[in-house]
Design a protein around this ligand. Structure first.
Ligand SMILES: [Zn+2]
Length: 131
């Protein structure tokens, strides 16, 4: 277990954040149409482990509840409200927006796949290589 403080941003840098993350605890990829088209690769942290540095007010809400920078179109993170299906509020972070995550760290991060396309979020789809 390696908790590390990462610094992240959207592509243009208008939205920036930092978060304390242990990538070895796992990341997520989903095959629903929203995640697929955005090639969303997420890591989830508790709000206490996340600090918005700048630009949070710029993030435009979308139908899927995620948000993107209006200048570059990238979704650096999205805040997730507490719901029946989760264990409270969290922040879902775009793994590839972590500017100081090394290639080695990204490759080593376990990926949990979700079959969101079939509303079967707790199981992996049969095919995941395209995600
Ligand atoms: Zn941007």
């Amino acid at each position: 277990m390696t908790l590390k403080t990462y610094h992240g941003a959207c592509l243009c840098g208008a939205v920036a954040f930092e978060a304390d993350i242990d990538l070895s605890l796992g990341t997520g990829k989903c095959n629903c149409t929203s995640c697929l088209k955005r090639r969303w690769w997420s890591v989830s942290v508790k709000p206490e482990a996340f600090r918005a540095i700048k630009g949070e007010a710029l993030l435009e809400p979308t139908a899927a509840g995620r948000s993107f920078c209006p200048h570059c179109g990238i979704t650096p993170y999205g805040r997730v409200a507490a719901a029946e299906w989760n264990d409270g509020e969290s922040v879902s972070i775009n793994v590839v927006c972590l500017d100081d995550a090394t290639v080695e760290e990204l490759v080593a991060a376990p990926v949990q796949y979700m079959d969101g396309l079939h509303d079967n979020w707790w199981e992996a789809p049969e095919e995941v290589r395209h995600l």
